[in-house]
Write a protein that binds this ligand. Structure first.
Ligand code: NDP
Length: 312
């Protein structure tokens, strides 16, 4: 660190709806934020085709279009962007240090908006049909599967919730679970088991996603009998968990056991004074673009007030 190095008022790490909303707010507050947007900027919405539930877009909008608009909006008010990944941080003293490779950036505050990534089975065919019948978000994509038979993989609360939600649209929902018991809470599991539109395939795994332009079947294997069969299906929802992108902050910010950052109630404050977190990196419950954007706004306001209290 050289003594004359500029210290940013706000450094935002991550460029999904949470990070970009924090950028819009903090740049409008004249804090001239520096955003480290990452090499794959835009977050999870960049792999979402149609977004129909983001308020203000009556006809829907594609994920990449929405993110491009948010980025332009942040840029318009003076946000600066670095399109590389943050590789290391040191939040143990102020100014905070954020490295991009060997390039060091100093910040009076840091807003963490690195998001979470849905976990996938890891099949090549699953990747091929992503957005063509394979989804990791029933809330986002469920409505595209009206009167279609779909499958949900997983046995946790997310799988139960998604399966129940999907029964509003789908003609039938198959839950495919690798074990003979759910991990989900009893109340959520019971709700799914009682739903006449839901059928559970225990001790079963998906071996291949089949289709032409769009998913039309799965090759599944029963782990108990080793029987392999093809099951016609119009959609596949992967609900095997999310992983928050918090490796960068291990040992520096308080995290839940699952890796999600802990924020103080009704705020974006982390356990480190001057470091704020917003979006999916600290929220495993709602995980929506609009809630991420809302919490990005909170982080920008919290950072602004914190700087003001420091006499900035
Ligand atoms: P969980 O980790 O709880 O469950 C993941 C499920 O996916 C498990 O059943 C697991 O199987 C299965 N799984 C994992 N990897 C694979 C794989 N490679 N192939 C097949 N199956 C796999 O994740 P969730 O997203 O369900 O929940 C995360 C957290 O969020 C939990 O604490 C949950 O309680 C909470 N949550 C709460 C909700 C609510 O209260 N409304 C709603 C949604 C989530 P196995 O059981 O064999 O390990």
């Amino acid at each position: 660190m050289n003594a004359a190095q500029n210290v940013e008022k706000v450094i935002i790490v991550g460029s999904g709806p949470a990070g970009l909303t924090a950028a819009v707010y903090s740049s409008r507050a004249n804090l001239k934020p520096l955003m480290i947007e990452g090499e794959e900027a835009g977050g999870q919405l960049m792999i979402t085709s149609d977004v129909e539930n983001y308020p203000g877009f009556a006809q829907g909008v594609t994920g990449p279009e929405l993110m491009a608009e948010m980025r332009k909006q942040a840029e318009r008010f003076g946000t600066r962007f670095i399109t590389r990944n943050a590789t290391r941080v040191d939040l143990s003293s102020r100014p905070f240090k954020v490295w991009v490779g060997d390039e060091l950036h100093l910040g009076k505050t840091v807003i963490v908006a690195t998001g979470a990534s849905a976990m996938y089975l890891g099949l090549e065919s699953e990747r091929k049909f992503y957005n063509k019948g394979v989804s990791a978000c029933a809330t986002c994509d469920g409505a595209f599967f009206k009167n279609v038979e779909v499958a949900v993989v997983g046995g946790g609360d997310t799988a139960m919730e998604e399966a129940n939600f999907l029964t509003r649209f789908a003609s039938k929902v198959h839950i495919i679970h690798r074990r003979d018991a759910f991990r989900a809470s009893k109340i959520m599991a019971d709700r799914a088991l009682k739903n006449p539109k839901i059928q559970v395939m225990w001790e079963t795994v998906v071996e291949e996603v089949l289709g032409d332009k769009f998913v039309n079947a799965l090759r599944i294997k029963n782990l108990k009998t080793d029987e392999v069969k093809t099951m016609p299906i119009g959609g596949l929802f992967i609900a095997i968990g999310h992983k928050p992108n918090t490796a960068l902050f291990e040992g520096q910010l308080e995290m839940e056991e699952s890796g999600y950052l802990v924020t103080k109630p009704k705020s974006s404050h982390t356990n480190v004074d001057g470091v704020f977190a917003c979006g999916d990196v600290q929220d495993h419950v709602y995980r929506q673009a609009v809630t991420a954007a809302g919490s990005g706004c909170m982080a920008a306001i919290d950072a602004e007030r914190w700087l003001e209290a420091q006499g900035e």
